[in-house]
Design a protein around this ligand. Structure first.
Ligand code: 13P
Length: 251
């Protein structure tokens, strides 16, 4: 059995005070939730204060990106061990917005994944096709390239520290979610692909999240799919009540 993960990616939203207020409102709404891993990903500046606010709760902390070097003359970057130091257990890597706006490539994703794992962080690795890819029938080709690039040179054992997030770019922030079947189809493809590279036991144990306009009213259908093991939520993760409703999808 794969424990579901519901993760909130807050992107470039919230001050420290707003982030603190959000998690203080969230904690009681999910305090009784079991059998789901709950993660929030604030901006870098809010990580430590949010870690303090979450201490002793069942909500874990992720960063939205990291660099691959441990330290050095790399102005503006943050290393995985510094994220650990700030209280993170997880880090999102390769989000489509980083690929689209900040020059992230499969090669940099691969370096970041290795660095995150070496620092003991769980890497939430994002993949997903654009609308043009889908219209060109290139979805599976793109996903295959992203997955094989992200995981190049990794051992089967290291997969235990990895979660995949399938986020079709056309569904992000558009309100246009993939249908349950569209998402399930790609999740199955990803699991088979991971199985081909790393063996079926590792692939069967791997959590694959769906992301792209996940809301309280569509989460149940997505989570009912056998290969969807959770959600990476953007907009609907910014408010405690809507995020808690997604976390508590099974209730
Ligand atoms: P939305 O839920 O706002 O579509 O964002 C999804 C996402 O990009 C999560 O990483």
């Amino acid at each position: 059995m794969r424990t579901p993960i519901i993760a909130g990616n807050w992107k470039l939203f919230k001050t420290i005070a707003e982030a603190g207020a959000m998690v203080n409102a969230l904690k009681p709404l999910v305090a009784g939730t079991s059998g789901v891993e709950i993660v929030v990903a604030p901006v870098f500046t809010a990580l430590r204060p949010v870690a303090d606010a979450l201490a002793g709760s069942n909500v874990r902390l992720a960063a939205q990106d990291c660099y691959w070097e441990e330290e050095g003359a790399f102005t503006g970057e943050v290393a995985p061990r510094q994220l650990k130091d700030a209280g993170c257990s997880h880090v999102i890597i390769g989000h489509s917005e980083r690929r689209q706006f900040f020059g992230e490539t499969d090669e940099t994703v691969n370096k970041k994944v290795k660095a995150a794992l070496a620092a003991g962080l769980i890497a939430i690795v994002c993949v997903g096709e654009t609308l043009t890819d889908r219209e060109d029938d290139a979805t599976f080709t793109i996903i295959e390239k992203q997955i094989s690039g992200a995981f190049a040179g990794l051992s089967t054992d290291s997969l235990a520290g990895i979660v995949i997030a399938y986020e079709p770019v056309w569904a992000i922030g558009t309100g246009k979610t993939a249908t349950d079947q569209q998402a399930q189809e790609v999740h199955v493809f990803i699991r088979k692909l991971v199985g081909k590279i790393f063996g079926q036991p590792a692939a069967n144990a791997m959590r694959i999240l769906y992301g792209g306009s996940v809301k309280p009213d569509n989460v149940k259908g997505l989570m009912a799919q056998p290969d969807i093991d959770g959600a990476l939520v953007g907009g609907a993760s910014l408010k405690a009540d809507s995020f808690a409703a997604i976390v508590n999808f099974a209730c």
